[in-house]
Design a binder for this molecule. Structure first.
Ligand code: AMP
Length: 504
């Protein structure tokens, strides 16, 4: 019997007595011990009636047991469905209704609120907490420590990850064994991961970055992970000297740079820092290099496609770009039905073994975004420079249309960020009685700086066409971000909705 993903990622842990997971308190879980945990979780899932093809939803804190549930679902040929721990019961209701999982794992503290939600969809509930407690942990204990994996081929479904839904209802991206394995193989080779690597893992495991990129690469190459429940600055600084690599979202790097303890010495044993999931400011790239000597490697991907591009391991890691298409991944920039010339902006499309199978139970959405010949319309707007480096300019749906002119917020944000005293900015479109939408800026000052929004806007007068210049700006201490570091523009639009049209 073969199981594409299990055979590549989990079966090799058999008999491995070296650490796979290193926990913040120093405890270590060997590869063999983790595989036993996977087997026990698989038996506990089966005891709940989970069959091949069934969905297993989990909204649980990050822990070794939570990761074991992923392995267990793969072993059983079930479909793993991790959910952001920040989702409310009303949001969970939507996911359970859409995916109708056999079993839903949740935090014991939320069980009272979530049990009726699950019951309404005929889904069983078990609990698991961040310390490895809960009814599911009890169900795991005493189960056999080996499991016979179910037969699964490359085209079978391994996971459903819901998109973050910034522009509409979340959609369940169906990811096959091949999607996940091919991407892990490509990235492991490109980024030179080996069994000698120790990856500092502080990302959540409900998102493609922490669950698939970080975890699958480590499992595939036989390395170890310093497995942290989240990004705690003191813990990360304490454990960085034991690591060889770290994957992070841009906020990890800005937070490290804000701390005087980050230095060349502290990172001397590191060989790779990766950033992704949100744009890394060129300024952060430069500052990190000055401080540590390391050139952060930025890559670009999304829930539906796994990773698409990466800056090179050797060669120039160009700040402000996401590098080249990965080996085996085709990438084109399209406008008006045709590929554009280098330097011109258009919508990014990708094709390759990394691209998902479609949206769960949403054939019409799938048809809108996934072309019959395999090209996926990412909705990201970008360009390729003359050397082939890809640059993300914004989201197609993030476009502001003001007085009939198109404005890409990223272009305006880059100019704002270059103004004295500005740390970062977010540009949005707000309803405006004359222009339809007006460009509006939200500014964050550098530490210690005081910003005068009008003066910042004056600084753009000879930098940007008049229609691209924000009509107003506000100063806030920090931008609202989600767990992956993405700026929550929908929240900003809501907060400032009445700015230009009060009372409407
Ligand atoms: P998600 O599906 O939650 O991983 O979000 C994917 C989206 O995040 C992409 O479509 C991009 O808009 C954005 N994204 C991911 N990586 C980068 C990056 N390195 N630079 C800019 N945007 C990124």
């Amino acid at each position: 019997m073969a199981n594409t993903l299990f055979d590549a990622l989990f079966a090799p842990l058999r008999g491995r007595d070296t650490a796979l997971l290193i926990l913040p308190d120093g405890r270590q879980i060997s590869g063999a011990a983790f595989l036993a945990m996977v087997a026990q979780a698989a038996h506990a899932l089966r005891a709940q009636g989970v069959q091949p093809g069934d969905r297993v939803a989990a909204q649980v804190a990050k822990s070794p047991q939570a990761l074991a549930v992923y392995g267990a679902a793969v072993a059983l040929g079930a479909v793993f469905l991790p959910l952001n721990t920040a989702y409310t019961p009303a949001e969970v209701d939507y996911f359970l209704g859409n995916a109708t999982p056999r079993l839903f794992l949740c935090d014991p503290a939320k069980a009272v609120a979530l049990a009726p939600v699950a019951a309404a969809h005929g889904t069983a509930v078990q609990t698991l907490d961040g310390a490895g407690g809960g009814s599911f942990a009890v169900a795991m204990s005493g189960q056999p420590e080996t499991v016979q994996p179910a037969d699964r081929g490359p085209d079978d479904l391994a996971a459903i990850l819901y998109t973050s839904g910034t522009t509409g209802r979340s959609k369940g991206a169906m990811l096959s064994h091949r999607n996940l394995l091919s991407n892990a193989e490509t990235l492991a080779a490109l980024w030179r991961f080996t069994a000698a690597d120790v990856l500092l893992h502080a990302l959540p495991v409900f998102h493609t970055h922490g669950l698939f990129v970080a975890t699958n690469i480590s499992l595939l190459t036989g390395g170890a992970m310093i497995f942290l429940p989240g990004f705690d600055l003191d813990t990360v600084l304490r454990l960085l000297p034991q690591a060889t690599a770290m994957m992070g979202v841009p906020t990890f790097y800005t937070r490290l740079l804000d701390d005087p303890r980050i230095s060349r010495d502290l990172t001397a044993g590191m060989r790779l820092f990766v950033s992704g999931s949100a744009p890394l400011l060129a300024e952060t790239h430069r500052a990190f290099r000055e401080c540590t000597g390391h050139r952060i490697l930025e890559r670009y991907g999304m829930t539906e496609t796994n990773m698409n591009t990466s800056n090179p391991y050797d060669g120039e890691r160009r700040a402000g770009t996401v590098g080249f298409p990965l080996p085996g991944v085709d990438l084109r920039i399209m406008a008006d039905g045709a590929e554009v010339a280098p330097g011109e902006v258009g919508v990014i499309e990708v094709r390759g073994p990394n691209v998902f199978l479609g949206y769960w139970q949403m054939p019409e959405k799938t048809a809108e975004e996934l072309r019959p010949d395999g090209w996926f319309i990412t909705g990201d707007v970008g360009c390729k420079d003359a050397d082939g480096y890809v640059q993300i300019v914004g989201r197609a749906k993030d476009l502001v249309i003001t007085g009939g002119f198109n404005v890409y917020p990223v272009e305006v944000e880059a100019e704002l960020d270059a103004q004295p005293g500005v740390l970062e900015s977010a540009v949005i479109g707000l309803p405006h009685p004359d222009f339809g939408e007006a460009v509006f800026a939200v500014l964050v000052p550098r530490p210690g700086a005081t910003l005068n929004p009008d003066r910042v806007l004056q600084g753009l007068h000879d930098r940007l066409a008049r229609f691209k210049q924000p009509k107003a700006a506000v100063v806030v201490p920090a931008l609202p971000r989600n767990a992956m570091g993405k700026v929550q523009k929908a929240d900003l639009r809501k907060t400032y909705a009445g700015w230009f049209s009060p009372g409407s």
